[in-house]
Design a protein around this ligand. Structure first.
Ligand SMILES: Cc1ncc(COP(=O)(O)O)c(C=O)c1O
Length: 413
């Protein structure tokens, strides 16, 4: 088993942190990196756009500056998480923005205006498509979930028509933790491609915790964020764009122009497609902490991270079974991401009860308890947490806890 506890900072007093599905613990190196940002700014001012010390790969001898950090960090830290070839990845501020860039590229709708998503798509995808639906005259198919609440892949496949321009799926569902395996995804990708459409994946909850191979999946774009299982913070998302895919987003900005400092009256198309997914001036500070979590995961090895995560979530499921809690996530390991969702009455109260006892989970709709023990957790912590859960369920005492009075209660993102 891994034990990467010491690679992260822990609050005082420490608690059992089971929320890797959201903004998790801070990597220990982040405070120094943030200090480096203020030092670079103070010492170099505007020249930092062209050159700063290479804090991210100090031994590489490579020149970096704020201007090129989005490609540089994505190339060296994100692309290996996706097994993506060189020059295909770039940092983005969030998934929402990536979706806007994508939808603004006329090539996307060159062969049709039909878009397929599922009911489980995150709002950054689902709302964006619906917001533009009437403007772009899109025909939208939203695939309902199966009775068990999972993705109906056969229905996704059947929904694809000659008019289909886009199919967008989450690699790991945020409400269930369901992982769509490559042998399910590849035929969908092939079917979309056969109609000239694009296959786009939202890998927010897979990247960092599940080995991903964007080429094996057949993804044209693979987007996600570094804030959750990738152990980062806000302001850092990314997109992979398949080599050869020539999109010209109209939402592009001067940071994506081919001659940004020419300040030409007419926009120019940047030769690097990744760079066309840039708008105005980038937020620099967030890039200093973007990949510290990813660095830890790479050093541990993603296969080891996955094995550790699966062992802990399997333990959660076994203990939940013993406690009579219903499982909302898939049971087979190969269908699970890093999180486990359990169904329990008054889940918000149980979540608050656990928090008061130093066990941090999350609840949704007063019905679901979400947990993702991760690389900083041990099997002993899972047992301790479930001892408390079993006691709470047996006595019913948690029903008396008032979530609204628990410190820092409320939904998490
Ligand atoms: C599947 C998925 N996609 C995207 C996001 C976040 O989107 P954005 O970066 O637009 O905030 C989340 C956040 O929870 C998510 O679970």
């Amino acid at each position: 088993m891994l034990n990467l506890r010491d690679a992260f900072l822990h609050p005082d007093p420490p608690h059992i942190e089971f929320r890797a599905f959201t903004h998790g613990l801070m990597p220990k190196t982040v405070p120094d990196l943030m200090q480096a940002f203020t030092d670079d700014w103070a010492e170099r001012g505007v020249d930092a756009w062209n050159r700063v010390p290479n804090h991210w790969r100090p031994d590489s001898g490579e020149i970096v500056g704020w201007w090129t950090l989005p490609e540089y960090l994505a190339e060296h830290f994100v692309a290996p998480l996706l097994q993506a070839p060189p020059h295909t990845c770039i940092l983005q501020p969030n998934v929402h923005t990536t979706v806007q860039y994508l939808l603004s590229a006329p090539e996307v709708f060159a062969t049709g205006r039909h878009v397929v998503i599922t009911e489980a798509a995150f709002p950054s995808v689902q709302h964006s498509v619906k917001q533009w639906q009437d403007v772009f005259d899109l025909s939208l198919t939203v695939i309902p979930l199966t009775d068990a609440g999972f993705i109906d892949h056969a229905a996704v496949q059947e929904a694809i028509t000659p008019e289909t321009a886009l199919v967008v799926l989450s690699h790991v569902g945020f409400t269930t933790g369901e992982l769509l395996p490559t042998d399910v995804l590849r035929p969908i990708a092939d079917a979309v491609h056969a109609q000239g459409g694009l296959f786009v994946m939202d890998g927010y909850h897979s990247v960092g915790s599940v080995p991903v191979d964007v080429q094996a999946i057949g993804a044209d774009l693979y987007m996600g964020g570094l804030l959750k299982e990738a152990c980062g913070s806000s302001g850092n998302a990314f997109v992979y764009i398949r080599k050869g895919l020539d999109l010209t987003p109209r939402m592009t900005g001067w940071f994506g122009d081919d001659d940004p400092f020419g300040f030409q009256p007419e926009p120019g198309v940047h030769p690097d497609v990744r760079r066309r997914f840039m708008g105005g001036t980038t937020a620099v500070a967030s890039m200093y902490h973007a990949v510290e979590g990813v660095r830890i995961l790479h050093e541990a090895g993603i296969a080891n991270v996955r094995q550790h995560s699966l062992a802990l979530t399997a333990q959660c499921i076994a203990r939940a079974d013993d406690a009579g809690m219903a499982l909302r996530s898939p049971r087979p390991a190969e269908r699970r991401g890093a999180m486990v969702i359990l169904e329990v009455e008054a889940a918000d109260r149980l979540c608050a009860y656990l928090k008061e006892r130093g066990v941090y989970t999350d609840s949704r709709q007063q019905r679901y308890l979400r947990m993702a023990p991760f690389v900083w957790n041990t099997p002993e912590e899972v047992d301790r947490a479930f001892d408390i859960i079993a006691e709470a369920l047996a006595s019913g005492a948690y029903h008396n806890t008032r979530p609204e009075t628990t410190a820092a209660a409320g939904p998490v993102t």
